[in-house]
Every structure is written in structure tokens, then in C-alpha cells.
Ligand binder design. Structure first.
Ligand SMILES: Cc1cc2nc3c(=O)[nH]c(=O)nc-3n(C[C@H](O)[C@H](O)[C@H](O)COP(=O)(O)OP(=O)(O)OC[C@H]3O[C@@H](n4cnc5c(N)ncnc54)[C@H](O)[C@@H]3O)c2cc1C
Length: 381
């Protein structure tokens, strides 16, 4: 067994940490407070090559392994979950479907800008009445001559309304028992991007509902095989779960570092609070959870990089790391006392932001469902 990252991966982590410390950390509190999506910073992430990491050189990507992408996501989440999810969703939900299922023409048209991070793509699966039960999709796409006519709505779609969003890939019912995936370019008449949600966290991440009223796109915008939309998004979500686990690992790392530092500095009753076992043991638990989440995350990423089955490992990593991140942010907030409850304290932001890690890209309950099925249990949906 080899638990070491390669020299290249270690050097890459250092570059991303320096970037995150210089370009994101100093501004994250302000973006959170003002709910601002910092397009200029996302473009810088693009210039650094982050959006192109796992994609072919032919489209401007660097053909890095999935582990390397996870390192980038972890490092961004350590300072700001909003920028980490912008990358995670941009690559995993935005670009990945086009790169995996697109025709050569679709790839030539969309990938160069997306891979360079000059544009963002979004993935519209969730609907107001179809989240975990994504098969209950009601959005319809009907062929009318050479065009799909789309009617319906999508809920909570990340990166769907930024200044640089170029497309949204949506799932739609193309027959009674048939779900397909269709590319809708940004600005297509009939697609309305609803006002941003008022969220508990991820304030600097872009999230909108979408409405489709007789929205017409060319029939060539079908992504992948007609009727395979359900299968396609399940595969896309397996990758995404490892990436969300990497985000959670970054959150845990931030809680650990902040808590240990504060436990050494903060004085109460004439001694550092970390001299109390009650606080020291919380730090010990943070260290343990961080280590466990990292191992599970990179084991799943490694399996994927080896071309081996990773569905179960991805669900386990996502479930554990997300739950640990929520526990860790709560405990770190406790260590910071009253200051921990102040919005501007990084652990307070991490606390508000962390909850969605247990919900997005498959809730905890859905992960447990996947893991139970992996054990061969006849558990129903
Ligand atoms: C900030 C944010 C960003 C998002 N980004 C995207 C995006 O980019 N694209 C996208 O398509 N979606 C996105 N989502 C949607 C997200 O994936 C869904 O919210 C999530 O899958 C849960 O669906 P739901 O909200 O409809 O909850 P529901 O499915 O209604 O679930 C409600 C509760 O019931 C539980 N439950 C449901 N079914 C079962 C079952 N069979 N057994 C046990 N418990 C069950 C759930 O676990 C949950 O606790 C985003 C959501 C948020 C909040």
C-alpha cells in the first residue's frame, strides 16, 4: 500500500493552497456578506487551469487524474466552500456530461471555453417535485420538426445564472418512460433564470431556479443517447460524490487548523482553553475525522483513477465526510465560543455552509440507500 501523494500532486497542492490563500481567503467573508459571485476570481481559477484538470489536451485540458481534481477542490474548500462548489459543479456537473456523452460537434463547440474557465456550464436535474426521486422528472421535451420544445422547471441549479454561464444541460421526459438529456444554451428564448435563492450558506455560489416555456433548441442538442438520461446522470453523480467528499475534507482541515490555533491562543481561567481536556479532546476528534474523511475520499478517487468500480466507495466517502464536516463545524464553532457565532468568523461561515454537503448530489439518506444496495440488501426506494 502507498498512502503518499506523488511529488507532482504535492507540488500541485502547494500551488493551489497559495492561490486560495492569496486570491480567495482574504475576500471570502465579504463575498459571503454581500452574496456576491466573484466572476473575476472564477476567471482566475480558469487561468490557473482548474476547470480543465481532468479533460483532454485536445480541448485545452491537462489530462490530470481525478485525485488531482480532488486536491484542488479540497484546497479551495479549506478557505471557501462557495468557490469550491463553483469548481466542483462547473467540472463535475457542467463539463463532465458534455465531455463524456457529447458528440464531436458538441465537444468542439462547448468544451474549449468551458475547459479554459472562460465559461461555466450547469446541470439541471432537480425539479420542485423531483429531487432524490429524480425519476419523477416532469419537465417535458417534445420533438417538433428539427427542434425540441421544452416545458417545465428546474430547482436549485448551481452556476446557472452567472455572467459567464454558457449552457445548462437538463434532464427532460422525451416519452412516457423515457428521460433524456438536452443542452440548452444560455439566453435561449423561453428559458427564464429565476432570481437567486436566499440561502443559509454558500452565499457566493450562484444558484437559481429555471423555467422553460416553449423553449426551443435544435434536435442536435440531445446529449448522449435518447432515453439514457437517467443512466447518464447516475454515473455523473457517482463522480460528483467523491468531489463533494473532497470538499468536506477541506472543511474539516480548516476546522482542525483554526481550532488548534485558537485553543492554544485563547486564555480563560489563566490558561489556554486547549489545556482543558474538554477542548483538547474536541481537537483530537477533529484530527481523527479529518484523517478518516481524507482517506475515504482519496481511496474512492484512487479507485476511479484505476478504472475500478467505485460507486460504493464514493457513497461511503460522501456520507462520512459530509456528516463529519457538519459535526466538525459545530464543534469548531463551540471552541470559538461567542466569536464562533459571529458571521465574520471563518468557522461560522463554514458551519452555515457545511449543512448542504449532507443534501446536495444525493442526501445522506440516499447515500445509505446506495450503500445498503451495495451490500445486496433488498432495500426499497
Ligand atoms: C445550494 C444547492 C445547490 C444545488 N445544486 C444543484 C445542481 O446544480 N443541480 C441539480 O440538479 N440539483 C442541485 N441541487 C439539488 C439537490 O441535489 C437536491 O436538493 C437534493 O438531491 C435533495 O432533493 P430535494 O431537495 O428534492 O429533497 P427530497 O428528495 O424531497 O428529500 C427530502 C428528505 O427526504 C429524504 N428522502 C427522500 N427519499 C428518501 C428515501 N427513499 N429514503 C429515505 N429518505 C428519503 C431525503 O433524504 C431528505 O432528507 C442543489 C441544492 C442546493 C440546496
Amino acid at each position: 500500500m502507498d498512502f503518499e501523494f506523488s511529488d507532482e500532486q504535492k507540488a500541485f497542492r502547494k500551488v493551489i493552497r497559495e492561490f486560495a490563500e492569496a486570491e480567495i481567503a482574504p475576500y471570502a467573508e465579504e463575498w459571503d456578506r454581500t452574496h456576491r459571485f466573484p466572476t473575476e476570481t472564477v476567471l482566475k481559477m480558469g487561468e490557473l487551469g482548474l476547470f480543465g484538470l481532468p479533460f483532454p489536451a485536445r480541448y485545452g485540458g491537462s489530462e490530470a487524474d481525478f485525485t488531482t481534481l480532488c486536491i484542488a477542490i479540497e484546497e479551495l474548500a479549506r478557505v471557501d466552500q462557495s468557490m469550491a462548489i463553483t469548481l466542483e459543479a462547473g467540472v463535475g456537473l457542467g463539463i463532465n456530461p458534455i465531455a463524456t456523452y457529447g458528440t464531436p460537434e458538441q465537444k468542439e463547440r462547448w468544451l474549449p471555453d468551458l475547459v479554459a474557465g472562460r465559461a461555466l456550464a450547469a446541470f439541471g436535474l432537480t425539479e420542485p417535485d423531483a429531487g432524490s426521486d429524480a425519476g419523477a422528472t416532469k419537465t417535458r421535451a417534445v420533438l417538433d420538426g428539427d427542434e425540441w420544445v421544452i416545458n417545465g422547471s428546474k430547482a436549485f441549479i448551481t452556476n446557472s445564472g452567472t455572467d459567464i454561464t454558457s449552457l445548462v444541460t437538463i434532464t427532460a421526459r422525451t416519452g412516457d418512460d423515457e428521460i433524456s438529456t438536452i443542452i440548452v444554451p444560455a439566453g435561449t428564448p423561453g428559458m427564464t433564470v429565476e432570481p437567486p435563492y436566499r440561502k443559509m450558506g454558500w452565499h457566493a455560489s450562484d444558484t437559481h431556479g429555471l423555467r422553460f416555456d416553449d423553449c426551443r433548441v435544435p434536435k442536435e442538442n440531445l446529449l448522449g443517447e435518447r432515453g439514457r438520461g437517467f443512466h447518464q446522470f447516475l454515473a455523473i453523480l457517482d463522480d460528483g460524490r467523491i468531489a463533494v467528499a473532497a470538499m468536506a475534507t477541506g472543511v474539516l482541515q480548516a476546522c482542525l487548523e483554526d481550532s488548534v490555533r485558537y485553543a492554544k491562543e485563547r486564555m480563560a481561567f489563566g490558561k489556554p482553553i486547549g489545556a482543558n481536556q474538554a477542548i483538547a479532546f474536541k481537537c483530537a476528534d477533529l484530527e481523527t475525522m479529518t484523517e478518516a474523511a481524507r482517506l475515504l475520499t482519496y481511496k474512492a478517487a484512487w479507485l476511479k483513477d484505476q478504472g475500478r468500480p467505485f460507486k460504493q466507495a464514493a457513497a461511503i466517502a460522501k456520507l462520512y465526510a459530509a456528516e463529519a464536516a457538519v459535526t466538525a463545524t459545530r464543534e469548531a464553532t463551540q471552541i470559538f465560543g461567542g466569536y464562533g457565532f459571529m458571521d465574520e468568523t471563518p468557522v461560522a461561515r463554514q458551519y452555515r455552509d457545511a449543512k448542504i454537503l449532507e443534501i446536495g448530489e444525493g442526501t445522506n439518506e440516499i447515500q445509505r440507500l446506495v450503500i445498503s444496495r451495495g451490500l445486496g440488501l433488498p432495500v426499497e426506494r
